[in-house]
Ligand binder design. Structure first.
Ligand code: ATP
Length: 202
């Protein structure tokens, strides 16, 4: 899955809607200090479901909404859309019929938020699952920021294993196994309760 387009509006320094088209090959973003280069990466990370304000260089999630400037009032909502092309055939099977996948995240100042896939409201879990085993996603290796390489080299083997499992396509199955085990445990508890009730009836 390749990022085709990024649409940012009301997010950090991007008060007005900005559309970035990513062409084939390498894209470089250049500009003076503080012009908003890193905010572009923050927007990508946020749209992919980042839940930590700290990882977005803020204190609270509300800090991603345009906070105003000398000439403009603060805005009430941030919206970022990421458009992926599915041409390389590496998207999850259920999305392969679509030429592109559009992810959208919105956040309002009152804390309300929306996630959408192809303009249809969805859960954060749907977005996390969409990225599993693709190498994309907030915990995966598609975003290598300053200091990340050093962090990977100095991380504990279990932490490094997460990246290798993601590259090997194991993450999705581990997550499904975890959910299945939780279901089995729930069913086991239900059966135990049923046994108690039956014991009382007899
Ligand atoms: P450098 O080259 O120094 O790393 P940069 O181009 O990566 O800089 P960013 O860190 O992306 O710059 O952007 C910083 C700018 O974004 C600052 O001017 C800051 O005031 C602005 N900014 C961050 N959050 C908001 C917000 N919520 N509302 C308005 N502006 C914001």
């Amino acid at each position: 899955m390749k990022i085709k387009r990024l649409e940012i509006s009301g997010f950090k320094s991007f008060a007005d809607k900005v559309v970035l088209d990513f062409q084939q090959g390498v894209t470089g973003v250049v500009g003076p200090n503080g012009c908003g280069k890193s905010n572009i990466v923050d927007a990508i990370r946020w749209c992919m479901g980042e839940q930590s304000a700290k990882n977005l260089r803020g204190k609270a999630m509300e800090d991603v909404i345009f906070a105003g400037s000398e000439t403009r009032k603060p805005l009430g909502m941030a919206e970022v859309s990421l458009i992926f092309s599915t041409e390389d055939g590496r998207a999850p099977a259920k999305y392969l019929d679509y030429a592109e996948i559009q992810l959208t995240r919105r956040l309002y100042r009152d804390g309300e938020s929306d996630y959408l896939i192809n303009r249809t409201p969805c859960r954060l879990l749907d977005i996390t699952e969409l990225f599993m085993d693709t190498g994309v996603g907030t915990r995966a290796y598609s975003i290598i920021e300053q200091g990340k390489i050093g962090q990977i080299l100095h991380s504990r083997p279990e932490e490094r294993r997460f990246l290798i499992e993601e590259a090997a396509g194991v993450t999705k199955f581990k997550s499904r196994k975890h959910l299945a085990l939780k279901k089995i445990e729930g069913t086991r508890l239900n059966l135990a309760r049923l046994g108690d009730v039956l014991g009382e009836i007899r």
